[in-house]
Design a protein around this ligand. Structure first.
Ligand code: ADP
Length: 479
């Protein structure tokens, strides 16, 4: 049995030793310290860049089949260590154990998928424009990649980047969220075991700003792949301009969930529960705005409220718990601010609406009715367990409301009408649409947004391209 509990960064196949400069990682469920973690900065980041650059020379020339085998093994190991990984997730992130086990499987699926895609990295032969020549198109790894990931899915947001990057032949420096670095460290233990060569996957955790600047100013780093807030994404894009890095940004969302008058309400409520309250509302594809046709508004809220009352809030290891704590005090403050603002502007509470009696970072699952477009919940991502319910009268109005946001990540709608299905799916300004489905994330489909939710796609056949450059080769002098 491997020990997955590490508390330090991983560079060039080595676990950093110096423990003089550390910072605490807390369990959001009880404010207890889970571990002290080495705080890295510019110096360690430089070392990681050198290591990744050095390792690139060999890794990019390995056979796709060899890279595929290593990635497949890494994913298998995740499943062998599923329980241990899930426990680390619960401790540092707070999600219920069942969700944590789900995240491990989801995270591992990216290794399986990209182990397969690595082998199908085909180029093109194009009918040529000139006699005695041939045109070929090949795909090459972009080189050293920097990945910056958030705390809401501490494993899956990492594997979604590292699996395609390594499949393409790139090497990586990962800066995980300083709030949840332990899951990333555990992943590195398994990387070693799977046979990922030294320097191919490096982790630097600590001072985000310093690490970020060092990665971004380096000419050796050719690409940045970021998942996090839109504000940080904009900053990172500006920083990436100086060295013209290739970029992929998966940023904030403000997902609408439209329930038309002909919808199967029971199914819509099931979808709403899964999409809104998963991870205590802390996912970028969580519903932020429910638009309910006025004819079914009251029935929908009644059914939703009955389900919300069944949710069990508590510590992630407690049996039957479905709602963990929020990640930190800032998250609680934002949830409360959105609710207070909605109440001041004409909304009312159906259920919840205040901190949970467990105290700390626990908050009651909440439904707000009579929401309107003036409220903060209409325009900002709440990132918490708050369902704001708006009503609408026509399809055109629903679309206009749904699109009235700077974000464009995911959208959901429920209807049985075929004509409406196609029209609405086309009108929605988003990267992903769930129709009569509340959960859309999978390794086999392209995940990503439009507008200020970013660009680039993760997972699917498109996910590999984010880590590749296309090369056109004109071969002349032929017979
Ligand atoms: P969230 O609000 O979800 O924490 P952030 O965008 O702040 O979203 O954080 C996502 C990731 O971005 C984390 O790993 C965080 O450390 C990192 N991050 C935040 N600010 C910077 C920065 N200035 N430079 C580099 N990374 C940053």
């Amino acid at each position: 049995m491997l020990n997955l509990k590490k508390n330090t960064s991983f560079i060039n196949g080595q676990w950093l030793m110096s423990q003089t400069n550390t910072y605490p990682v807390f369990n959001p469920a009880n404010a207890q310290e889970v571990s002290q973690v080495l705080k890295c900065g510019a110096e360690e980041t430089e070392q990681a860049i050198v290591a990744a650059d050095h390792a690139l020379a060999t890794w990019k020339t390995t056979l796709a089949a060899e890279r595929s085998q290593v990635l497949r093994r890494w994913g298998e190991l995740m499943l062998e260590y599923r329980q241990q990984l899930a426990e680390i997730l619960v401790e540092e992130q707070g999600k219920p154990l069942a969700e944590a086990l789900g995240e491990v499987a989801y995270a591992a699926s990216f290794f399986e998928w990209f182990a397969e895609e690595a082998k199908r990295n085909y180029g093109d032969i194009i009918p040529t424009f000139k006699a005695q020549t041939k045109i070929m198109v090949t795909k090459e790894p972009v080189g050293v990649v920097a990945a910056i990931t958030p705390w809401n899915f501490p494993l899956a947001m990492v594997t979604r980047k590292v699996a395609p990057a390594l499949a393409a032949g790139c090497t990586m420096i990962l800066k995980p969220s300083e709030e949840t670095p332990l899951s990333a460290f555990a992943l590195a233990v398994l990387a070693e075991q799977a046979g990922v060569p030294a320097g191919v996957f490096n982790i630097v955790s600590g001072n985000a700003i310093e690490i970020g600047k060092t990665l971004q100013s380096s000419e050796k780093v050719k690409k940045i792949s970021f998942t996090g807030s839109t504000a940080t994404g904009k900053l990172l894009m500006r920083q990436a301009a100086d060295t013209l890095k290739k970029t992929s940004f998966e940023l904030g969302g403000n997902a609408p969930f439209i329930v038309f008058e002909d919808a199967d309400l029971e199914a819509a409520v099931q979808g709403a529960m899964a999409s809104k309250y998963r991870n205590t509302g802390q996912t970028c594809v969580c519903v932020n705005r429910f638009y309910i046709h006025e004819k079914v508004y009251e029935s929908f809220i009644e059914l939703l409220s009955a389900e919300v009352k069944k949710l069990k809030v508590g510590q992630g290891f407690v049996d039957g718990v479905t709602q963990g704590p929020l990640i930190n005090q800032a998250a609680i403050t934002k949830v409360q601010r959105h609710i207070d603002d909605a109440l001041a502007k004409g909304g009312s509470i159906v259920t919840g609406g205040k901190p949970h009696q467990l105290g700390g970072l626990f908050y009651e699952p909440t439904i707000i009715q009579h929401a309107n477009d003036q409220m903060l919940v209409a325009h900002e991502e709440t990132f918490g367990p708050v369902a704001a319910c708006f009503s609408f009268a026509s399809d055109e109005e629903a679309i206009a409301l749904a699109n009235n946001t700077q974000y464009g990540l995911s959208a959901y709608f429920y209807t049985k009408d075929l004509k409406r299905t196609w029209w609405v799916a086309e009108q929605l300004q988003v990267g992903m649409v769930g129709i009569n489905e509340g959960i859309i994330s999978t390794a086999v489909a392209p995940f990503g947004g439009v507008k200020e939710s970013g660009f680039g796609r993760e997972g699917s056949k498109y996910g590999l391209e984010e880590y590749q450059n296309i090369k056109y080769i004109l071969l002349g002098g032929l017979a």
